[in-house]
Design a protein. Structure first.
Length: 101
């Protein structure tokens, strides 16, 4: 297997559209990270549940580079959407994006 940090990563999200039909929001469906190409492959095969925890998802969100897009990186990493990063959220993204044993 290829290490998760060796390729771009992604998370699964649920999208909701506002009643006005103009704005959408995305929220992480679970706390797991995947290779971007693997997540997109699952999506293309019509999978709608995380293969680890079975949480429903309807889209794949690439995790941006924190150096070039810190706001979108934070949104992708904030698994519970509370506007803060818990120690566990930080640990999981570090495992996904930085080579460590």
């Amino acid at each position: 297997f290829e290490a998760l940090c060796d390729a771009p990563s992604a998370v699964f999200v649920l999208t909701t559209t506002a009643r006005d039909g103009k704005s959408t929001s995305r929220k992480r469906s679970c706390a797991h990270f995947f290779h971007l190409r693997c997540a997109r492959c699952l999506q293309s095969k019509k999978f709608t549940a995380c293969p680890v925890c079975r949480a429903h998802f309807d889209d794949v969100l690439p995790v941006p580079d924190p150096a070039t897009d810190p706001e979108r990186w934070f949104e992708a990493v904030d698994a519970n959407g509370d506007g803060r990063l818990s120690p566990n959220e930080v640990l999981e993204v570090l495992r996904a994006q930085i080579p460590c044993d």
